[in-house]
Design a protein around this ligand. Structure first.
Ligand SMILES: *[C@@H]1O[C@H](CO)[C@@H](O)[C@H](O)[C@H]1NC(C)=O
Ligand SMILES: *[C@@H]1O[C@H](CO)[C@@H](O)[C@H](O)[C@H]1NC(C)=O
Ligand SMILES: *[C@@H]1O[C@H](CO)[C@@H](O)[C@H](O)[C@H]1NC(C)=O
Ligand SMILES: *[C@@H]1O[C@H](CO)[C@@H](O)[C@H](O)[C@H]1NC(C)=O
Ligand SMILES: *[C@@H]1O[C@H](CO)[C@@H](O)[C@H](O)[C@H]1NC(C)=O
Length: 390
C-alpha cells in the first residue's frame, strides 16, 4: 500500500501543466477499467508449468485458451506507449522443459531474470506487467518462490505487476492453496485473478484479468480502487487513482490547490477525490484506518455556484455524481460559509460526512483525498506522470 503524504517526499516542487481536453463523460458511477482488449498495452509473461503433471492434454488446453485470449489483443513488440503505440507484448517462461514461444519481449529466461525485472525501479518504461501462471503441480519450487520475489519488489504495491493463475490440476489441494496465496490481495482479504482451466468462462476471465492488469496507477500517483462488482459477483479494479495528501499547517486556501500543488512532491494530483458508492466509501474508510491521523479529511464534494452539491472529476469538471452520500444526521448544514465536505469519525467505526469551510485555515482540516488519471487499455493521459519521473 502506497499512501503519499505531502512533505515526506522532498525532492522537487513542481506543478504540471494542464493541457488535456475535457473528457466528455459524466460521473455517475466509479469508472470501470477499459474492457477493450484490442487497445491493450500490457506486457504479459506466461509462466507455464511443464512438469510431468502438466501432460499433453493439459498443455493443449492451455494453448487453446492462450490462443483464444491473445487473438483479441494487439500482439507486437513495440513498447512505445508514449508515441501512442498500443501493443501487447508476450514472453514465455517454462518451469521444466521447453515450450513453444509465442513472442518474446525481453530476455526473461529463468528465475534470476524474473527477479531482475522485478527489482528494476522502472520496469519496461512503466508498462504494466502481468504474470500468468499455468500450474499443474505443487512441487516446482518456483510456485512457492513467486510470492517472495514479488514482495521483495515494490512493484506489487502500486499495481504495476498483476499476478494471474490458471489451475490445471484442481484435485491437488496443495497447488490450489499455493495459487490462492499467490493471488491473495490483503486489501480485500481474498484472492483475485485465480482461475481454473476447467471453468467454462476461462477465456473471458483471462481476457478480463489482463485488462485489469493494464489498469494501473503510475508510480506514486495513487492506487486503483478495488471494489466489489455485484453484477459480476467478484472484486475488480476500477479506473481511478486516489490517495491521501497530508499537510502540516495550511499551505492553501482551497481544496483544489491542496491536491494540485503538493509541495516537495514530484507528482501532484489532478483533483480532490470522489466517492460514488458505498463500496468506494468502505475502501477509503479502510485506507484511512491504516493511519487514523488522516482523519478528518476533505473529499471533493462541494457546493457549486448554483448551490448544488457536486463532485470534481479528475479533469476538474463538475458532476452531480451517482446520488450516493453519507451525511451525518443534520448535515449538510445550510450555511454558505461551509461549501466543502470532510469525512470524520469519532470512534473509528462510524464514518460520515459534514460540510465545513473550503478554506482549511477555517476548517482546520489539513488532509485530503486526491486523485489522478488512471492508465488502462484506452486511457494514456497518465503517461505524463511517467514523463515527470524520468
Ligand atoms: C477498442 O479499441 C480499438 C483500438 O484503439 C478501437 O479501434 C475501437 O474502436 C475500440 N472499441 C470500442 C468498442 O470502443
Ligand atoms: C480463488 O481463491 C478464493 C479464496 O482466496 C477461493 O474461494 C476460490 O475458490 C478460488 N478460485 C479458484 C477458481 O480456485
Ligand atoms: C458557497 O456557495 C454559495 C453558492 O452556493 C456562494 O454564494 C458562497 O459565496 C459560497 N461561500 C464561500 C465562502 O465561498
Ligand atoms: C451546479 O450543479 C448542478 C447539478 O450538477 C448543475 O445542474 C448546474 O449546472 C451547476 N451549476 C453551475 C453554475 O456549475
Ligand atoms: C473529527 O472528529 C474528532 C473526534 O471526534 C473531533 O475532535 C474533531 O473536531 C472532528 N473534526 C471535524 C472537522 O469535524
Amino acid at each position: 500500500m502506497k499512501l503519499i503524504f505531502g512533505f515526506l517526499v522532498l525532492i522537487l516542487a513542481k506543478s504540471y501543466g494542464r493541457t488535456l481536453p475535457s473528457l466528455s463523460k459524466s460521473l455517475s458511477a466509479e469508472p470501470p477499467c477499459s474492457s477493450n482488449a484490442s487497445a491493450a498495452w500490457v506486457d504479459v509473461v506466461l509462466l507455464i508449468d511443464n512438469s510431468i503433471n502438466m501432460g499433453a492434454s493439459n498443455l493443449n488446453k492451455a494453448k487453446t485458451v492462450i490462443n483464444s485470449v491473445f487473438s483479441k489483443f494487439p500482439l507486437g513488440n513495440n513498447d512505445n506507449i508514449k508515441q501512442g503505440v498500443h501493443n501487447t507484448r508476450v514472453g514465455i517462461v517454462t518451469y521444466n522443459y521447453e515450450a513453444s514461444i509465442v513472442a518474446q519481449f525481453t530476455d526473461i529466461n529463468n528465475k534470476n531474470d524474473l527477479s531482475r525485472v522485478l527489482d528494476d525501479d522502472c520496469p519496461n518504461g512503466f508498462r504494466p506487467v502481468a504474470f500468468v501462471i499455468f500450474a499443474a503441480s505443487s512441487y516446482p519450487s518456483i510456485n512457492n518462490e513467486i510470492p517472495a520475489l514479488v514482495s521483495q519488489s515494490e512493484l506489487f504495491d502500486f499495481d504495476v505487476l498483476t499476478l494471474i493463475t490458471v489451475n490445471l490440476n484442481n484435485a491437488d489441494h496443495t497447488l490450489t492453496s499455493i495459487l490462492n496465496k499467490i493471488t491473495y490481495n490483503s486489501i480485500i482479504q481474498t484472492s483475485m485473478y485465480n482461475f481454473s482451466i476447467d471453468s467454462n468462462t476461462i477465456s473471458d476471465d483471462l481476457e478480463w484479468a489482463l485488462l485489469q492488469a493494464n489498469c494501473f496507477c503510475m508510480y506514486n500517483t495513487g492506487i486503483t480502487s478495488i471494489l466489489y462488482d455485484p453484477s459480476k459477483n467478484r472484486y475488480a479494479r476500477y479506473g481511478e487513482c486516489a490517495t491521501f495528501v497530508s499537510y502540516q499547517g495550511f499551505a492553501y486556501d482551497n481544496i483544489i490547490d491542496m491536491c494540485k500543488y503538493v509541495p516537495g512532491s514530484r507528482v501532484s494530483f489532478e483533483s480532490p477525490g470522489y466517492i460514488l458508492s458505498k463500496e468506494k466509501e468502505f475502501l477509503v474508510k479502510n485506507l484511512a484506518l491504516t493511519d487514523p491521523s488522516i482523519l478528518p479529511f476533505y473529499i471533493g464534494y462541494h457546493k457549486n455556484s448554483s448551490s448544488n452539491w457536486v463532485w470534481y472529476d479528475v479533469d476538474l469538471s463538475e458532476s452531480a455524481g451517482s446520488g450516493y452520500s453519507n451525511w451525518a444526521p443534520g448535515y449538510p448544514q445550510n450555511n454558505n460559509m461551509m461549501n466543502c465536505t470532510v469525512i470524520n469519525s469519532s470512534d473509528s467505526v462510524t464514518f460520515n460526512w459534514k460540510n465545513v469551510p473550503c478554506d482549511p485555515q477555517y476548517s482546520k482540516v489539513s488532509n485530503i483525498l486526491c486523485q489522478n488519471y488512471v492508465c488502462d487499455a484506452e486511457h494514456t493521459e497518465c503517461i505524463k506522470y511517467y514523463m515527470g519521473l524520468t
